[in-house]
Every structure is written in C-alpha cells, then in structure tokens.
Design a protein around this ligand. Sequence first.
Ligand code: NCD
Length: 303
Amino acid sequence: MLLSFRHLTSTKQLTRADADAILAGATAMDQVLAKGGDERLKGKVLAALFYEPSTRTRLSFETAMLRLGGSVITADGFQFSSLYKGETVEDTIRMVNQYADIIAMRHPEQGSADRAAAVSDVPFINAGDGPGQHPTQALLDLYTIQKERGKIEGLRIAMVGDLRYGRTVHSLSFLLGLFADVRFTFIAPAELTMPEKVTSFLHEKKLFFEETGDFAAGLDCDVLYMTRIQEERFADHSEYERLKLVYQLSATHLKGKKVTVMHPLPRVGEIATDVDPLPNAAYFRQARNGVPVRMALLEMLLS
Ligand code: NCD
C-alpha cells in the first residue's frame, strides 16, 4: 500500500486510507518486533535532527530504524548545531540530503517542518515543530486507542491540560477527525483552550466537541488524554506557575471508572504515580507503541 504523501509534516495531510495503512503496518511490525526485528532497511540511513529536547520520540525513531536493520546519524542540541551559527533550516536539510535516505526533525519553530519538507529530496518527517504539529505522536496515539479500546469510531475522547500550546492534541484532533462519530471533550483553563485552527476544522467536519474547564467531565469518557502544561511556550513565567498544576489526576478519581488514561509524556505532576498500577493507565504502553508505528512509517516512506 502506498501512502498519499512523501513528507509527513501534519496529520491534516493524512487520508483515512493512510491512517488505516499505518495502523495495519504497525500491527505487522509488532509481529516483527516479537521476533527481535529484521533487516529489511539494511543499508538505509535515518538522520535524526533534534533541535529541541526529546527523549521518547528520538529514542523510538532510532529504535525503529535499528530494529529494521537500518542505521542512524544524529544531530542534537541547538547550541551545538550550525542552525545556531545562523544556517537556515532549508540549508541544513539540503546538506543532510547528501548523507541520509530519510530525515526526522524536531525544531522549536512552528512552520519549520513545512519549510524543511519543501526543499527535501528524501522523505522528511516532522518530529515536532514548536507548538505546531507532532504527527507521528498522533499516529502512535491512534494505534494505542485502537489497541486499548478495540476501535476508534464512536469513542468519546477527552483532552485535558494545555490544549493551546500542546502540539500532540492538535495533531491527534485532526487525525481523529477522519473517523466517524468521534466525540471530543476539551478540558482546559480559559488561557489554554484549543486553538481556532482545530475547532474550526471540527466544525467543518461536523464533528461534535464540547469545551469546559471542568476536569470531572473527562472521567466518564472512553479516553482521557492528559497533557503537560508546556512551560517552554509561556512568555510570562508567572502565568505558567499559576497554571501548571491546574489538573491533577490521581487514583481516587478513577475508582470504578473504565476510562483509558493516556499521556504523550513527560508528565510533570498532572498524573500521580498511584495511577500507574491501575489497568486504566495506558501511557507506558503508549510510549512503547511509538516503535512499531515508526517502523511502519519508515518502511512505507522508504519503499
Ligand atoms: C510531547 C511533545 O514533545 O510534544 N512529547 C513527546 O513527544 N512524547 C509532549 C510534551 O512534551 O509535553
């Protein structure tokens, strides 16, 4: 199955057929992983460019490439890169095209991924562009929802926390918009509500969503997608301090509840560790799902 795109910068590009193909690919890659991986990408090189902090995303991209027999070259830390010396994103990508067969990049500026893709001859994947998009996170979130709940259509999905600056919830909302009858509950303080680019998209698609500041509204949904307040995006740090612990989930909230708790991680206080042993807690399984999803994507984009 061929994907409809060569570069992945936003989940808005994806068709339902793309989403289904990647989900099926990830399921197949879980089988490959169960056998310890294989060599189907032998000789291929992934360039992992991380100009903003990352642990999971970078490690899971690297693991995905290595489990398929490929190799990885890495540049990380903005202050050590030529971007810091004033090189444009476009020139960095043109240069890395000379070395690698595929590129994954995280960058602090919204829009940097589109600029990179516009000049890249090799497939380019956005691994997070500031408060913009994080499409591979959304794909692994989708895969996790399917695995945990057995379906996607008809589910009630609550997204909680920093919906303004959190790129994962933007990407995931666009992606879930491809599935029939998904109903959204957006839970955020007034300062951090979902941006218009997402709500107008859902309006256009005639998908149901409600917006509230009340955390309790999420506990009776099928999925409770928690997020971190994005400290690094606040111009005024005192505003961050005021909002950082606005929603805190603990085991007591989940008594008798069937809701699946997800989080892209890292968490910084919004989910207490007493939630971890509960069957509801899917966030570490979710992090693991990043590997088969990225394996599937790498293979499809390189074939
Ligand atoms: C997220 C990100 O970088 O946007 N982390 C991740 O990729 N798993 C979420 C976050 O940093 O809050």
